[in-house]
Design a protein around this ligand. Structure first.
Ligand code: ATP
Length: 197
């Protein structure tokens, strides 16, 4: 199980404080990182991923396995979607083939898996990433504005996935978005880190 907590967590670029003095402990299930444009949602996820170091305070991270992927980045353009998933499957001992297959079906991705990422729409690339996030079994899963670019049907599939994640007793799921997602109004969130507007 991952354990992540912060005390007086602060991050600043030279001369610009992005956020200061955040305190939180992540619990299993779903945690929302909420904030307006440029308030530091992605920065906080990068700190949680260990990609950035705090400039103040402490962030204690004991992370068994981490999902933090940006399948939309140009670096992945030439990779065939199925291979992209297979590369990640090789890194996660708890990878769930059945979960991946069910989500590929629900997202209507089957006909696209044989294509290079650059041939896919932004939404389909995101869906490939979400299949990986769910299948990975990662103890800490970080999703940055996961509804962006999804069609309505796929957004509902994501809603169902995250509603299940909310009941997860082992995995920590962190979702960053501008507002508390209305489509998850009935879901119990384990926590919310509000970065303001
Ligand atoms: N290298 C940098 N130097 C100075 N400021 C930076 C640098 N990189 C990012 N910032 C600023 O840090 C702040 C936080 O950016 P971040 O991308 O984390 O916010 P965000 O909440 O994810 O934004 P959005 O919702 O627009 O994606 C922004 O105001 C951004 O302009």
């Amino acid at each position: 199980m991952a354990r992540v907590s912060a005390e007086r967590l602060t991050f600043a670029h030279p001369g610009v404080t992005v956020f200061a003095d955040l305190g939180f402990t992540l619990s299993p299930g779903l945690t929302l990182v909420r904030g307006g444009d440029g308030r530091g949602k992605t920065t906080l996820l990068r700190l949680l991923a260990g990609e950035l170091a705090p400039t103040g305070g402490t962030l204690s991270r004991r992370v068994g396995s981490l999902w933090w992927e940006q399948p939309g980045e140009p670096a992945h353009d030439a990779v065939v979607a199925r291979e992209w998933l297979a590369e990640r499957q090789a890194h996660f001992a708890g990878w769930r083939v059945d979960v991946a297959e069910a989500l590929v079906e629900a997202f209507g991705l089957g006909e696209h898996l044989g294509k290079r990422m650059e041939m896919l729409s932004a939404g389909s690339r995101r869906k490939v990433g979400l299949v990986g996030a769910a299948a990975s079994g990662a103890t800490l899963t970080l999703l940055d504005t996961p509804w962006a670019a999804l069609d309505a049907r796929s957004a509902r599939v994501l809603d169902e996935l995250l509603a299940e994640a909310a009941d997860d007793e082992a995995r920590l799921w962190v979702v960053a978005d501008h507002e508390r997602p209305a489509s998850l109004a009935d879901v119990t969130w384990a926590g919310c880190i509000d970065l303001g507007d």
